[in-house]
Write a protein that binds this ligand. Structure first.
Ligand code: FAD
Ligand code: FES
Length: 251
């Protein structure tokens, strides 16, 4: 796969330690679907060597949006990019979500995990009933709240410290709203512990997780990203995912 070059249009910190970066690439904007991710070269030189995977958060005409936490060197370099700087991108990667029709869909985002759910919500809302649940440790960590509200969806909030919405894990809100056996779908993105909690608590419902854990090659070779599959074998979320059915893997 050839790498693509694209100019940064805007980059700003939207919550403590969380960045929103817009860039322009008409071809990618046409090709990207909910669930796709991009592998970005963090800097101009050979160090850091490995690309960093980020999900596509949103698409608007020729522009794409990434929303990311910057826990280490690679993403810190991406956070420093300014309008006019160039991104070096591999993508779109991963298998996009197969979009349902006429279903009730519950979206559950923990922290920066809300990012890929925005594009999914945008593409689902015309033909489905969509409810969104966003969680964070405290109110200032809730992201994309205005963007989800503008889509005119039901949006619920949860914070660990009770500073906004329900006090407790965001998975509590999903559990209250899920009715196994009624054809509802659940899509969740967030820390692995959140996905594991959800998998335990929504047994019987069709629930999918966006897996955003450590990745190596990103091309299916190294098994760095592999999760043990129930019944044997492994699911490489760079290949078979990143959106994987929660009841298919050991969490
Ligand atoms: C398919 C996919 C999509 C992703 N989409 C997003 C996104 O939209 N927004 C976003 O904020 N993040 C996303 N991530 C996570 C993101 O790729 C990592 O946070 C990033 O690679 C860390 O790079 P770094 O150079 O900042 O950190 P490093 O210097 O590589 O590591 C710094 C610290 O971050 C931890 N870390 C490294 N990789 C990850 C990881 N994948 N997840 C969590 N912690 C990690 C390390 O253990 C270490 O403690 C995604 C990951 C995957 C696999
Ligand atoms: S990251 Fe190498 S196989 Fe998935």
């Amino acid at each position: 796969m050839k790498s693509l070059r694209a100019p940064v249009v805007a980059n700003a910190e939207v919550a403590p330690g969380i960045w929103s970066l817009w860039f322009e690439h008409p071809g990618l904007a046409r090709a990207c679907r909910p669930g796709h991710f991009l592998n970005l070269k963090p800097g101009p030189g050979p160090d850091p060597l490995l690309r960093r995977p980020l999900s596509v958060c949103d698409v608007e005409r020729d522009r794409l949006r990434l929303v990311f936490r910057a826990p280490g060197r690679g993403t810190a370099l991406l956070a420093q990019l300014r309008p006019g700087d160039e991104l070096d991108i591999l993508g779109p990667l991963g298998r996009p979500v197969r979009l349902p029709k006429r279903r009730t869909v519950l979206l559950c985002g923990g922290g920066v995990g809300a990012a890929p759910l925005l594009l999914l919500a945008r593409r689902l809302r015309d033909e489905n009933r969509v409810k969104v649940f966003l969680g964070a440790r405290a109110a200032e960590g809730l992201i994309l709240t205005r963007e989800f509200s503008r889509l005119r969806l039901e949006v619920g909030f949860a914070t660990d410290d009770g500073s906004h919405g329900h006090r407790g894990p965001v998975t509590d809100l999903v559990v209250k709203n899920v009715h196994p056996g009624t054809g509802q779908l659940v899509y969740a993105c967030g820390p692995l512990a959140m996905l594991a909690d959800l998998a335990r608590r929504v047994k019987g419902a069709e629930a999918w997780g966006f897996f955003e854990e450590r990745m190596g090659c990103g091309t299916g070779i190294c098994y760095c990203c592999a999760l043990p599959r129930k019944g044997g074998g492994y699911t490489r979320f760079c290949q078979e995912g990143p959106v994987v059915r929660l009841d298919e893997v050991e969490l």
